[in-house]
Design a protein around this ligand. Structure first.
Ligand code: UTP
Length: 261
């Protein structure tokens, strides 16, 4: 609560990337090319420009290419590594950051998406808001057309919208007509270290995996406060989790390259 600026970020990169097969059979999803750089470089650029310079990569067996690519330093950021033994879901991956967090708030950036912004990075705004609000957890959220909401985790605003706004519930894959807002969780989190207690209490959920949304729901049920930073008009989320979103992101890189010539 009302903490100092967060400088640590854990990036889970241990997933199997099954939706991106066969591309990700030997090459980790987080290293596939987006323009001239692998996706994970775009993510690290976003983190560094947001003031997150102490990085933990949560990796897995068979993904040595990630460490070979980055070593222990990237553009001034310090990089360390840990292993997720069994790829059993995001909550379990985030739990691997317990020692790294050292009892302090820390950020999490998913390893297959990033946000580009006009001006200050949205992730930086989120970190600033976390420092100013009594939040146990801060989420980056993106507005989506109602018909698409059934595929995502949707937040339930407590008192109304704003920048930031507080939520008192999360609904996974709602019926679009009944979704409590048009805002979905979009790959960036800040957690108070109490999240680790709730991850320990989280049973396996959807898909037999440990879901971080379930851990956050336990946190809220105990009175934990969750706030959201909404992406604005100047922010664009790029996601390489599926071929469709990957191709869209790559097409935008080609456009940027042409315009820069
Ligand atoms: P996804 O939910 O997209 O899972 O992970 P995935 O395994 O990478 O991909 P699919 O669903 O099989 O196609 C989002 C981020 O969380 C990491 C992934 O590496 C990715 O960067 N992750 C996911 C882990 O580190 N561990 C896990 O157990 C699950």
């Amino acid at each position: 609560m009302f903490s100092d600026k967060v400088t640590k970020v854990a990036i889970p990169v241990a997933g199997k990337g099954t939706r991106m097969r066969p591309l990700t059979k030997a090459v980790p999803k987080e290293l596939i090319a987006l323009g001239k750089k692998p996706v994970l470089e775009h993510i690290l650029d976003e983190c560094i420009e947001s003031g997150l310079t102490d990085v933990l990569l949560i990796t897995a067996e068979g993904k040595d290419a990630i460490r070979n690519h980055f070593g222990d330093e990237y553009n001034g950021a310090k990089i360390s590594y840990t292993f997720q033994k069994e790829q059993s879901g995001l909550a379990n991956a985030i739990y691997c950051a317990k020692d790294f967090a050292e009892g302090q708030p820390f950020a999490v950036a998913l390893g297959d998406c990033f946000v580009e912004s006009d001006g200050d990075r949205a992730f930086k705004r989120m970190i600033d808001e976390y420092a100013a609000y009594p939040a146990d957890c801060m989420l980056m959220v993106e507005e989506k057309p109602r018909e698409e909401l059934g595929r995502f985790g949707v937040v339930k605003p407590k008192d109304g919208l704003g920048d930031p706004f507080e939520v008192d519930g999360l609904v996974e894959k709602p019926n679009p007509a009944e979704a409590p807002s048009p805002y979905i969780i979009s790959g960036r989190y800040i957690f108070a270290p109490t999240i680790f207690d709730y991850i320990e209490k989280t049973p396996r959920g959807a898909g037999g995996e440990y879901q971080i949304a379930d851990s956050m729901s336990l946190m809220m049920a105990d009175g934990g406060r969750v706030w959201c930073t909404p992406l604005g008009d100047g922010d664009i989320l790029k996601d390489v989790g599926t071929f469709e979103s990957y191709f869209e992101a790559f097409a935008a890189e080609i456009e940027k390259y042409r315009n820069a010539k």
